[in-house]
Design a protein around this ligand. Structure first.
Ligand SMILES: NC(=O)c1ccc[n+]([C@@H]2O[C@H](COP(=O)([O-])OP(=O)(O)OC[C@H]3O[C@@H](n4cnc5c(N)ncnc54)[C@H](OP(=O)(O)O)[C@@H]3O)[C@@H](O)[C@H]2O)c1
Length: 309
């Protein structure tokens, strides 16, 4: 099969002919039709060992069902996530991290769901029952952010979206369910999903309501030091700071059911995929560049095929 692998030289990617994956009994072999890019995995390319398999989010067709019969049969359209190897023609996916793609959901839409959608969903769940709660989503224009805004609004929360450019972002984010779109954090929040990190993380801590929760998703750099006024945190009795690591979560929670929940919402057109760019996977360099230079916000999806048609 063809697969993308880490390469030493910029753009740190190479398309190589390599052996097909050899699935374990609990894994289905998926013929990849589309995958999406996540900021985290794209940034990791530079530090990855040469030849390493890459890619988390995938949508495609079951090529070979899992030997333990825990997953869907051959030919079923599915989407899911792996720790590495999704940027390829074939990938072995644990059936616990795989769900059926509904008929009216495209491969591209499904491929945006796993990492961004699950991260948004699990972050919001840390806030408990969200009806009428004040939820702030920072980095609201991103993949995680756009899903978090939509899911929080669906759950009945009063959603504030933090962005850099309010004029440009207000209308699209209001369409997704944001009540307010702001570029400065003000007021108190019961739940803050922080997809920016750094000073935004620090500011978020200062704006928690009593028993509020801030979920820290993003770390700008390994050396980043975050400082906040302790008195502003202390003013909110019972407030907590939570971390969330999706890859770690995969070991503990019902990923398949959560993927199915997200796909179900998309099937009902209650959840919109934050699709910003679609291209053949041969053009991945351009897509990565667009993501890193912030030419696009939201998700870039690459379609997998031997030719460009
Ligand atoms: N912990 C986990 O398990 C986990 C899982 C998934 C993602 N993440 C992390 O969560 C973060 C978001 O992920 P993503 O995939 O959604 O990335 P993304 O698509 O790049 O979204 C980040 C968004 O943040 C916005 N932003 C940047 N600085 C901002 C600021 N100061 N104020 C307001 N908005 C700002 C950007 O908007 P502009 O368009 O204005 O640049 C961008 O749209 C990344 O750091 C990612 O690594 C963590």
């Amino acid at each position: 099969m063809l697969a993308l692998r880490v390469a030493a030289e910029a753009p740190h990617l190479a398309m190589v002919e390599t052996a097909d994956p050899d699935p374990l009994p609990h894994e289905a072999l998926v013929r990849v039709r589309a995958f999406s890019l996540n900021r985290g995995e794209v940034l990791d390319l530079r530090s990855g060992a040469e030849g390493t398999a890459i890619g988390w989010d995938v949508a495609g067709l079951i090529e070979r069902a899992a030997a333990d019969e825990s997953g869907p049969p051959v030919g079923t359209p599915v989407f899911g996530l792996v720790r590495r190897g999704a940027w390829a023609e074939l990938v072995a996916v644990p059936t616990s991290q795989l769900a059926v793609t509904p008929a009216n959901v495209s491969d591209a839409e499904a491929a945006t769901l796993p990492t961004a959608g699950l991260t948004a969903l699990r972050s919001l769940e840390l806030g408990g029952f969200l009806v009428a709660k004040r939820v702030l989503v920072t980095g609201a224009t991103g993949g995680v952010g756009q899903y978090a805004v939509q899911l929080a609004a669906l759950a009945g929360a009063v959603v504030t979206a933090l962005v850099r450019d309010v004029e440009k972002r207000r209308a699209p984010l209001q369409r997704l369910g944001a009540g307010s779109v702001v570029d400065v954090v003000a007021g108190e929040f019961d739940l803050i999903v922080d997809a920016v990190g750094g000073t935004t993380f620090a500011t978020s801590i200062e704006h928690l309501a009593a028993r509020g929760v801030v979920v820290n998703l993003a770390t700008g750099s390994p050396d980043e030091i975050v400082s906040f006024r302790a008195a502003c945190f202390d003013r909110a009795p019972g407030a907590t700071i939570r971390t969330l690591n999706l890859l770690d979560e995969l070991n503990h929670a019902n990923t398949r059911a959560d993927l199915a929940r997200l796909a179900g919402l998309m099937h009902l057109r209650k959840l919109v995929a934050p699709l910003e760019l679609e291209a053949p996977w041969q053009d991945i360099g351009r897509a990565i560049q667009a993501l890193l230079t912030r030419e696009i916000s939201g998700k870039a999806v690459l379609h997998v095929g031997r030719s460009r048609d």
